[in-house]
Write a protein that binds this ligand. Structure first.
Ligand code: SF4
Ligand code: SF4
Length: 416
């Protein structure tokens, strides 16, 4: 699509990038078929093609209105459209650029500003989020239904972390909200890897990957989180860790983008590239070690009565679209003896999408209802997923337990 960039951004890296992405779009509309918001609302401006057109108007310097902001806000950034697009349009990057410009021209309501600032302040900081969550959990019975559904129950966690003893070492991103919401996930990952001769270690000085802040459109602040993590990880990289492991696919998508986002920072560009190259989702690590996993499974008793527990796997958008990773977690679950149910429309977003489920009113609820119905349709005993946001969001709509798939593998291997 030919674009005449506005003078104000013509010579900026963002302007050039937007121009390149817009040129790749041939307006065929294939992407509309897999866009969750277009499916629900049926409005072209709530489809990828419509939003691309809106962003074109923005970067060409035409009037930017609250309507433009509304349609860009309604986008989940699920990137299902990228998977579908035959022309390789990098829509996710384009919408980030578009939102950044739109927010400079269209003021948000005081309530919206306060909400976004609060989320940006609390979520990336474990030391604030964790105590607040505990207070919310204690008061849960007293909260209105609209709020209590967003506060997950307390969970009994096994946080035993094996001491590093293997020559093979990997680093894990501890993250921000995950250790408070599901404290078992990273220790379970460490235990599974320990059994296949890999020690998992943490860098205490690292923290939030920057995704929450970046997607709340505070992109400069997010870049500082990224630099902080690179500094924290670098000594371990120099000591020879094999990979930087992500147990939340949303974080993985962000960290894989460090190289691109810091490409113009002379102090960090090279290191960011190395970090991106070393980033692996835990499903990539385990699916590369399947023979070893199977050997471990052979040493544990078979499931009761020889029946395989049925699991519905929800592949987060950040895994299947953001990182284009498919099948690894499913292969690992099957290797551990679980049976996977068929999940209709598995390419569609559950409606969590970072802070989307908090900032948007009705769309997350409609998407959740559809997703839960799809996941429960195969009568599973548990739902497994790979991202903490999806996990808590789906759990808020289902009576069936929702777990990270690595927790199920860990429990399987400890059933001795
Ligand atoms: S983003 Fe891709 S699929 Fe969608 S209209 Fe453009 S070229 Fe077609
Ligand atoms: S990212 Fe998702 S919600 Fe946004 S336009 Fe693409 S498919 Fe639609």
């Amino acid at each position: 699509m030919k674009t005449n960039l506005a003078e104000s951004i013509r010579n900026t890296p963002e302007g050039q990038e937007a121009n390149d992405i817009l040129r790749a779009c041939v307006h065929c509309g294939f992407c509309t078929a897999t866009c969750p918001t277009y499916q629900l609302l049926g409005d072209e401006l709530d489809s990828p093609r419509g939003r691309i057109y809106l962003i074109k108007e923005v970067v060409e310097g035409n009037e930017v209105t609250a309507k433009t902001q509304l349609h860009l806000d309604r986008c989940l950034t699920c990137r299902s459209c990228e998977t579908t697009c035959p022309s390789g349009v990098r829509y996710g990057r384009l919408v980030d650029i578009g939102r950044n410009i739109v927010d400079k021209y269209v003021p948000r309501s005081p309530v919206d500003v306060a909400m976004r600032s609060a989320l940006n302040f609390v979520l990336p900081r474990q030391y604030i989020f964790k105590p607040l969550l505990r207070v919310g959990q204690a008061l849960r019975p007293l909260l209105p239904a609209s709020l209590s559904g967003k506060v997950p129950n307390t969970v009994a966690a096994n946080t035993t972390w094996p001491a590093p003893r293997h020559a093979r070492k990997m680093l894990v991103l501890d993250g921000c909200v995950q250790p408070a919401l599901a404290p078992d996930i990273n220790p379970a990952t460490a235990r599974v890897l320990d059994r296949i001769d890999i020690s998992l270690i943490k860098a205490d000085a690292a923290g939030c990957c920057g995704a929450v802040t970046f997607h709340l459109n505070k992109q400069d602040a997010a870049l500082n989180y990224m630099r902080r993590n690179i500094d924290a990880w670098w000594p371990f990289v120099e000591q020879g860790v094999e990979a930087i492991v992500m147990t939340a696919s949303g974080c993985g998508t962000m960290v894989r983008d460090y190289a691109h986002l810091l490409a113009n920072d002379p102090d960090y560009a090279e290191k960011a590239q190395r970090i991106t190259d070393m980033t692996r989702d835990i499903s990539e690590i385990i699916s590369g070690e399947l023979p070893e996993l199977k050997k471990q499974v052979e040493e544990v008793p078979a499931f009761d009565h020889g029946t395989k527990p049925r699991i519905a796997f929800h592949s987060p958008c950040s895994l299947q679209h953001g990182q284009q990773l498919r099948g690894g977690a499913e292969q690992a679950l099957m290797a551990a003896g679980f049976e996977l149910t068929t999940v209709p429309d598995s390419h569609l977003c559950c409606g969590s999408a970072g802070t989307y489920s908090i900032l948007q009113e009705t769309l997350p609820k409609r998407l959740l209802k559809n997703k839960v119905a799809a996941l429960e349709s195969g009568h599973p005993v548990a739902i497994a997923t790979a991202n903490i946001g999806c996990l808590t969001h789906i759990q808020s709509g289902s009576e069936i337990q929702v777990r990270h798939w690595i927790e199920l593998i860990d429990e399987r291997l400890t059933a001795r």
